[in-house]
Write a protein that binds this ligand. Sequence first.
Ligand code: NAG
Ligand code: NAG
Ligand code: NAG
Ligand code: NAG
Ligand code: NAG
Ligand code: NAG
Ligand code: NAG
Ligand code: NAG
Length: 221
Amino acid sequence: MNMEVNNRVLNVLFGGFIWLLLSCSSSYGLQSDIDCLKSLKGSLEDPFNYLSSWNFDNATEGFICKFTGIDCWHPDENKVINIRLSGMALKGGFPLGLQNCTALTGLDLSSNKLNGTIPSNISNITQFVTSFDLSSNNFSGGIPKDLANCTYLNIIKLGSNQLTGQIPAELGLLSRIKTFNVANNRLSGPVPRFLNARISADSYANNSGLCGTPLPNCQTT
Ligand SMILES: *[C@@H]1O[C@H](CO)[C@@H](O)[C@H](O)[C@H]1NC(C)=O
Ligand SMILES: *[C@@H]1O[C@H](CO)[C@@H](O)[C@H](O)[C@H]1NC(C)=O
Ligand SMILES: *[C@@H]1O[C@H](CO)[C@@H](O)[C@H](O)[C@H]1NC(C)=O
Ligand SMILES: *[C@@H]1O[C@H](CO)[C@@H](O)[C@H](O)[C@H]1NC(C)=O
Ligand SMILES: *[C@@H]1O[C@H](CO)[C@@H](O)[C@H](O)[C@H]1NC(C)=O
Ligand SMILES: *[C@@H]1O[C@H](CO)[C@@H](O)[C@H](O)[C@H]1NC(C)=O
Ligand SMILES: *[C@@H]1O[C@H](CO)[C@@H](O)[C@H](O)[C@H]1NC(C)=O
Ligand SMILES: *[C@@H]1O[C@H](CO)[C@@H](O)[C@H](O)[C@H]1NC(C)=O
């Protein structure tokens, strides 16, 4: 109990530090965030023009903050905190241009038609994200080990894709995880042992052969 409280205090202190770091780093990252969103728009197919408000012609301070699905740290500063592009029928691969949104903490690309693999260097692209939601797309391949290097993650949602292979055990080391959902994929093997989270069996439902608490034990041979 005491340890848990201490842990929470530490988490709050450390979280506050990162918040300060990200929100005060205004000397750089501004042009970078514009490049990020330009690249994002350029790399996605947007058949229903949900991103039509993303117009880069009149670049005043804070103009990207008015774009559909974009939240900034401050409404008058071109520094993106959240990208929320759920349910827009977007097509394409994982947008690598996101690496230029250097202060991003929330990414929601759920319920689109994105495909290809989740990049193996994901921690270099979304280093500070606390919430990572790619659920209900068509991503394939494995869940990259490197996701465990995104140490601020609270929420990982990868459900309803075509992901295969094992879930990297390293993800269990993510100390802030509250939500982890990989239901409806084609994953197999042992599920991670999360240090500080209790993940329910529902979060693992409908895969090819996951095992280990909270699921039935893995067969030892
Ligand atoms: C650019 O945007 C600002 C603020 O929205 C507006 O006041 C200004 O008239 C616009 N300039 C042009 C050339 O569209
Ligand atoms: C990031 O932005 C720089 C310019 O600021 C650009 O040269 C680079 O191609 C961008 N990276 C990606 C992956 O879009
Ligand atoms: C992704 O989907 C596109 C069609 O939208 C297709 O051309 C491409 O081959 C797919 N890529 C992968 C890796 O499945
Ligand atoms: C991540 O890997 C891709 C290739 O998969 C590369 O194009 C990109 O530059 C890498 N990004 C970083 C930040 O290392
Ligand atoms: C990629 O991230 C790792 C830590 O996750 C870091 O050590 C490395 O310097 C980063 N590389 C680049 C090119 O940003
Ligand atoms: C998803 O990708 C798989 C191959 O990985 C393909 O067979 C299937 O048609 C794709 N589904 C959609 C809705 O694009
Ligand atoms: C995580 O970051 C460390 C330190 O930069 C690096 O050595 C390691 O390869 C990364 N882990 C993965 C799985 O990429
Ligand atoms: C598992 O798949 C079944 C059948 O498609 C579906 O009804 C159920 O909601 C799925 N369970 C979860 C937790 O997604």
